[in-house]
Design a protein around this ligand. Structure first.
Ligand SMILES: [Mg+2]
Ligand SMILES: [Zn+2]
Length: 247
């Protein structure tokens, strides 16, 4: 499986892929379940990133602090096998592996969790929705694609806040020459667009029983999906597969 591969790229979705939960929902399940319930009822009316931003404002008005949010993130399920899988592949000398995180969560959620797992320095880039704490403790969140500016052109069904396919193509353009192999770890319906950009030597590690598995089954052939597909359910299986990706 390794042979002529010298440079490879590992692309990670975050929620339910690298992490064993969904950050946007978890924070509210821990700190304010009634807001979580409200998000569930509003999600078809309000764009998801905007809905999370507005829910974070409500959380702030209730007196929940930066520390409350950070502590909720640090206790979110994250499988030890995933930490091992990433660290071991990063440290393997051949082939060299670059890690890229591509997520619809936000920069604060992701960096807080990566730091708590000792993975802060692994990722070449983290492309996600921008967020930052204001001095008041409010976590301010915006869409990656500003709703007042030009919108992305995706026709595959990406949410207005970001087209993961366009972001993957832009990352590859920033990091020439082209990688010998790309491995993409994803679970959600919005991971379908980027994997359509992958080649026959590339591999999608698709988490079972979620939106991406359904889209691959229903649309993969029709949309000309070229990459190899491997399935996993638990992070220990990603660790097993990552073991095959280095010498
Ligand atoms: Mg996901
Ligand atoms: Zn797209």
């Amino acid at each position: 499986m390794v042979s002529d591969i010298q440079r490879q790229l590992v692309v990670f979705d975050f929620d339910w892929s690298m992490a064993d939960q969904d950050t946007d929902r978890w924070v509210f399940e821990v700190l304010a379940p009634d807001i979580r319930r409200k998000m569930k009822s509003l999600k078809d009316e309000i764009q998801w990133t905007d809905l999370v931003a507005q829910s974070l404002e409500e959380l702030h008005q209730r007196g929940k602090t930066r520390e409350d949010i950070e502590n909720a993130l640090r206790i979110m399920p994250f499988h030890p096998a995933m930490v091992r899988a990433i660290s071991n592949l990063k440290n393997a000398s051949s082939p060299t592996t670059t890690f890229f995180c591509l997520s619809n969560a936000n920069s604060v959620f992701i960096s807080t969790i990566l730091e708590s797992k000792g993975l802060s320095n692994v990722f070449e880039e983290i492309i996600t929705n921008p967020a930052s704490f204001e001095p008041s403790g409010l976590l301010k969140l915006c869409r990656r694609v500003d709703p007042t500016g030009p919108q992305h052109l995706c026709k595959v069904g990406c949410s207005p806040n970001m087209c993961k396919g366009e972001e993957l193509v832009a990352f590859l353009a920033r990091h020439q020459p082209m990688y010998d192999r790309i491995i993409y770890i994803g679970d959600g319906a919005n991971d379908f667009c980027p994997i359509l950009r992958m080649r026959s030597q590339d591999i999608i590690l698709c988490r079972r029983f979620r939106g991406l598995e359904r889209r691959i089954a229903q649309e993969g052939e029709k949309e000309g999906l070229k990459c190899q597909v491997r399935f996993w359910a638990g992070a220990w299986e990603v660790e097993e597969i990552f073991g095959e990706l280095s010498n």
